[in-house]
Design a binder for this molecule. Structure first.
Ligand code: FES
Length: 101
């Protein structure tokens, strides 16, 4: 399933690009959000809840709820539902609060 429209962002789907998710190489389109690219690749879990470690994924899809926090290029707590995909991006599942290393 691919997300074609976003409630607050313009999707100008451009060229196909590669990015990594937990070390796995995936493809997405430049201009779409990281969350949209992950969904298109069948990935629904973006982080684990802090206390019970339950899987969390898209909820609001507009950057309000923090359900989609991931580690992007080493930076934790990135809301991937409003973060645009870039070539070579390194995206990782976030576990816990996401501390800077
Ligand atoms: S899904 Fe709510 S902030 Fe991303």
């Amino acid at each position: 399933m691919r997300v074609y429209e976003h409630p607050i962002l313009d999707f100008t789907r451009e060229k196909k690009i590669k990015f990594t998710y937990n070390g796995r190489e995936l493809e997405g389109f430049e201009g779409e959000t990281v969350a949209a690219a992950l969904h298109a690749n069948g990935i629904r879990t973006m982080r684990e809840s802090i206390h019970l470690h339950r899987p969390r994924g898209l909820f609001c899809n507009i950057g309000n709820c923090s359900s989609c926090l991931m580690i992007v290029d080493g930076k934790p707590n990135v809301r991937v539902c409003v973060e645009k995909l870039r070539e070579g991006m390194n995206v990782m599942t976030q576990k816990g609060k996401g501390e800077l290393k």
